[in-house]
Design a protein around this ligand. Structure first.
Ligand code: B12
Ligand code: SF4
Ligand code: SF4
Length: 260
């Protein structure tokens, strides 16, 4: 199997496992967009390409649920179900690449090295979405319902690469329901104040199961995560947020309407 065939096989396998995003980005383009500590060469010397794997829309959760129904041990063993399922499938994808003699490293946006790569930059370069007022990428079909799960950094080169989306920039001409929907006023014409949002979420239960602003965005409404999936992502991220703020006493007060 040639490296190109191995990546084709990897794509097919990941797609069957629910990862419908598989984008090829030139390492040179990515490195030009990010700070020195997040460049691809720090992960793989001589990196030429980065494959971005992830999912957009609500089909992934159905595939994951089917897998969990058939593998009750996996559900019992892991609390971080999406991360563990991602790592499992990426290591299987790695076996295919190993068998073709491909040189590569895997990187994830979670775990100890969650900041090693800028996944939003990869997403923009590969056309997974464009920047939005909500601070996350937005796509014409999937809206903001996109999760970037893993990257394969390799010294292989491809005949063709994916490209940024062109002609799609929905926020400037939008009525901006995301701004009015946020109970803590964390979104403005200038964008999203992540710290105010997290402080609100630490102090109240109002956003414990979903983000009203994300739900209010008209893009990708048909691909919106199910309430169960939204609640999963929303509560899961708070684990790392609690750990992050635990080491930082004297948080700012949020600017919300209600006092906890
Ligand atoms: C750190 C992080 C966060 C942090 C900080 C956000 C931020 N803007 O930096 C928090 C926890 C707040 C966060 C929240 C969310 N995130 Co986030 N996040 C990331 C992560 C790991 C890095 C982002 C980054 O590069 N930031 C820039 C940093 C490094 O630069 P900085 O300014 O120097 O860093 C400052 C802060 O970020 C902070 N910081 C650094 N690390 C951490 C870690 C924690 C836990 C906290 C609280 C703060 C924090 O400290 C720095 C100094 O001020 C990426 C994955 C990746 N590796 O790219 C996903 C990512 C950007 N997040 C993502 C998502 C989906 C979310 C949430 C929707 C999750 C949720 N359900 O709540 C929310 C957004 C809610 C909303 N209204 O939009 C997706 C975006 C996908 C998309 N559609 O574009 C990504 C790509 C992860 C993924 N698997 O797909 N996120
Ligand atoms: S509601 Fe409108 S302004 Fe807000 S993120 Fe969606 S498209 Fe952008
Ligand atoms: S999670 Fe809540 S506070 Fe944060 S942006 Fe969404 S609606 Fe606003």
């Amino acid at each position: 199997m040639t490296p190109e065939e191995a990546f084709g096989e990897t794509r097919r396998f990941l797609s069957e496992s629910g990862f419908n995003i598989f984008l090829k980005i030139r390492a040179f383009d990515y490195d030009g967009d990010v700070s020195s500590e997040r460049k691809s060469g720090r992960i793989l010397d001589g990196a030429k390409s980065i494959i971005l794997a992830g999912f957009g829309g609500n089909s992934f959760w159905k595939t994951l649920s089917t897998y969990l129904d058939g593998n009750p041990d996996f559900r019992e063993k892991h609390t971080d179900l999406i991360d563990a399922y991602t790592a499992l499938n990426m290591s299987r994808a790695g076996e295919v690449l190993d068998s073709a003699g491909v040189r590569y490293e895997l990187a994830y946006p979670f775990g100890e090295n969650a900041l090693a790569l800028d996944f939003a930059a990869l997403g923009r370069l590969g056309g997974a979405g464009v920047g939005s007022l909500l601070g996350i990428l937005i796509h014409p079909v999937f809206g903001t319902w996109i999760s970037l799960r893993a990257a394969i950094i390799t010294d292989s080169e491809f005949a063709e690469y994916d490209r940024p989306l062109e002609g799609f920039d929905p926020c400037p001409s939008c009525d901006k329901p995301c701004i009015t929907a946020c109970p803590a006023h964390t979104i403005s014409e200038d964008g999203w104040d992540w710290q105010a949002c997290m402080e609100w979420r630490l102090d109240t239960d109002e956003c414990s199961e979903s983000c009203a602003s994300r739900v209010a965005c008209p893009w990708g409404a048909g691909e919106r995560y199910s309430p169960e999936q939204m609640a999963y992502h929303h509560s899961f991220v708070m684990k790392s947020v609690r750990a992050y703020f635990a080491g930082r006493p004297g948080r700012r007060r949020h600017r919300g309407k209600t006092t906890p």
